[in-house]
Write a new protein. Structure first.
Length: 210
C-alpha cells in the first residue's frame, strides 16, 4: 500500500527526488494517478498553504515545496490525461499592464495547480486585451496581480474591457497583490480578493463552485 502521508510530507519538505521516487513507487503498486494527486501531492501542498497563511513558513519554503509538487505532477499528468481526470477549471493569471513583479503571481499559480486547476500563466505586464483573449480561449477565472499602486487601475480597465467584449458574465475575476484590498475589489467590481497564495486557491475553488 503506497504511503500517501510520506508523499505529502515530502512535498511539504520540498524533497523533489523523494517525491519522484515515492510517486513512481505508488504507481508501480497500482495506485490510481488521481489518488496519488489528491491524497498525496495536493494534501501536502494544502497543509503547507495553511502554514504559510499562519506565518509558520515563508515564501522560500513554499517555492521549494511547489517545485517538489511539480515534479510529482509531471509524472502524473500524462496518466491523468489518459484517465480523463477532470481539472477543477482553467485559471488565467497575470500581472497587470505596467507591472513586472511576478513572485506573488508565480506562487498563486503553483498553489492553484497544487489544488487541481489548469493554470495559464500570461506572465507580467499583461494587457487588458490579453486577459480578454484568455477568456475567449476558455479561462473560467482570471487572476490579476499588481504590486504597485500606480498599476492597480489597470485591474479596473481590464474588467471594463471584459464588459465591452461581452464576456464579463462568462468569467470570475479575482485580484491580489500588496496594495490591493477587499474594499478595492468591491469598488472595481471584482468577484474576489485574496491576501495570499493559499487563500487564492481556496477563493478559486469557491468561485468555480458558484
Amino acid at each position: 500500500m503506497a504511503d500517501m502521508l510520506a508523499i505529502s510530507t515530502a512535498v511539504k519538505e520540498g524533497r523533489r527526488k523523494i517525491v519522484e521516487q515515492l510517486v513512481n513507487e505508488a504507481l508501480a503498486e497500482g495506485e490510481k494517478p488521481e489518488d496519488i494527486l489528491n491524497k498525496g501531492l495536493i494534501v501536502g501542498m494544502n497543509e503547507l498553504g495553511e502554514q504559510f497563511k499562519n506565518g509558520e513558513v515563508y515564501v522560500p519554503e513554499v517555492l521549494v515545496a511547489a517545485r517538489a509538487m511539480k515534479k510529482g505532477t509531471e509524472i502524473l499528468k500524462p496518466l491523468l490525461l489518459q484517465a480523463n481526470v477532470q481539472s477543477l477549471g482553467t485559471v488565467a493569471i497575470g500581472t497587470v499592464e505596467g507591472d513586472l513583479h511576478d513572485i506573488g503571481k508565480n506562487l498563486v499559480g503553483m498553489m492553484l495547480e497544487g489544488t487541481g486547476f489548469t493554470v495559464v500563466d500570461l506572465g507580467e505586464n499583461v494587457s487588458p486585451d490579453a486577459f480578454v483573449q484568455a477568456v475567449r480561449d476558455g479561462a473560467q477565472i482570471i487572476g490579476m496581480s499588481a504590486l504597485l499602486t500606480t498599476t492597480m487601475p489597470m485591474m479596473a480597465v481590464t474588467i471594463k474591457a471584459l464588459e465591452d467584449a461581452g464576456l464579463r458574465d462568462k468569467v470570475k475575476v479575482m485580484i491580489g497583490g500588496a496594495p490591493i484590498t477587499q474594499e478595492y475589489a468591491d469598488q472595481i467590481g471584482a468577484d474576489g480578493y485574496s491576501a495570499d497564495a493559499a487563500s487564492a486557491a481556496e477563493l478559486a475553488k469557491r468561485l468555480i463552485a458558484a
